[in-house]
Design a binder for this molecule. Structure first.
Ligand code: HEC
Ligand code: HEC
Ligand code: HEC
Ligand code: HEC
Ligand code: HEC
Length: 164
């Protein structure tokens, strides 16, 4: 349902977004200057419209080029970044996004458990819909930080819940 609603909204916004945002700083080290502020902020796309694995797996996942093209076959601007996106699509070549967050391998984390327990994305990732480029809001995800909320929410404090 979120998906359908987002499309209707996006189509309405196609007519409104032209000229809404111009000349924002590019990149932040990403291969294509994808803006959360535009897509999640101005266009109000739901986080899980793109990160749709969050509710059903450990990873939130990053959308494929095909997911972007569901809109960008129609939505074109003179942006060189959209040109790059189309080239990826034509060559069937995935985009090598740089990771922002990355836990050490000995830690187990699951988006599914947290999303189902209704912990908001913003509680851990900050106000991503205001960010041109995703910036880490936690210096790092430390054990103390995980434990503090687990105590408050009476979630597991067992070593083996978070460590293999
Ligand atoms: C239109 C699709 C789209 C929407 C909507 C979207 N994202 Fe993203 N998100 C991406 C893409 C593409 C990337 C990878 C590039 C980047 O880091 O900007 C990403 C990356 C991220 C990352 C960094 C992941 C990492 O560690 O590398 C976080 C955190 C994130 N998104 C959270 C959110 C949140 C929270 C929302 C809702 C407020 C949201 N996203 C909405 C497409 C989207
Ligand atoms: C629901 C529709 C939708 C989806 C899905 C979507 N976009 Fe967009 N995107 C838009 C709209 C609308 C604009 C604004 C166009 C304008 O400025 O007229 C836009 C603009 C852009 C721009 C150009 C910004 C500029 O400065 O002109 C880039 C680059 C972009 N999107 C990349 C992506 C990438 C990468 C994905 C997939 C991760 C994606 N988009 C998914 C609707 C979408
Ligand atoms: C309880 C804290 C927490 C919540 C809530 C949370 N995340 Fe994350 N997120 C993390 C951690 C920790 C990582 C790094 C995981 C790793 O390195 O294995 C991460 C990584 C990511 C990534 C990188 C790709 C991936 O799947 O690892 C994306 C995208 C992301 N989160 C989006 C979201 C979105 C969207 C939501 C809300 C639906 C959300 N997150 C909710 C803590 C959280
Ligand atoms: C803002 C609060 C919050 C933060 C921060 C948080 N968690 Fe959680 N966590 C929860 C809640 C709530 C649950 C679900 C408890 C339940 O389902 O009974 C949970 C569940 C889990 C589970 C599943 C445990 C089980 O036995 O099923 C794991 C694993 C986990 N968290 C790891 C982490 C890690 C690793 C971090 C830090 C990177 C973290 N969490 C940060 C609130 C949080
Ligand atoms: C809620 C999740 C969670 C629980 C429960 C948890 N840890 Fe951790 N632990 C983490 C995270 C996240 C890290 C990695 C970040 C860091 O180094 O602070 C970590 C790191 C560690 C490290 C490596 C520290 C270092 O300096 O690299 C050790 C050792 C450790 N944990 C032991 C334990 C023991 C023993 C328990 C049980 C008493 C436990 N952990 C319970 C999340 C958890």
């Amino acid at each position: 349902m979120v998906g359908a609603a987002a499309y209707v909204l996006a189509i309405l916004l196609l007519f409104m977004a032209g000229g809404a945002r111009r000349g924002a700083a590019a990149g932040g080290g990403q291969p294509i200057a994808f803006s959360h502020r535009l897509h999640a902020g101005q266009l109000k796309l739901d986080c899980q419209f793109c990160h749709f694995y969050a509710r059903r797996s450990a990873s939130a996942g990053v959308p494929s080029v095909g997911h972007c093209m569901r809109c960008h076959e129609l939505v074109e601007t003179k942006s060189p970044d959209l040109q790059k996106l189309r080239e990826h699509w034509e060559r069937r070549q995935p985009i090598a996004w740089s990771r922002v967050y990355d836990l050490p391998d000995h830690v187990v984390f699951s988006h599914e458990k947290h999303v189902r327990a209704e912990v908001a994305c913003a509680r851990c990732h900050g106000a991503v819909e205001t960010m041109e480029t995703v910036q880490p809001v936690q210096e790092e995800f430390t054990m103390g930080w995980c434990m503090q909320c687990h105590k408050e929410r009476k979630a597991s404090l067992e070593c083996l819940s978070c460590h293999r």
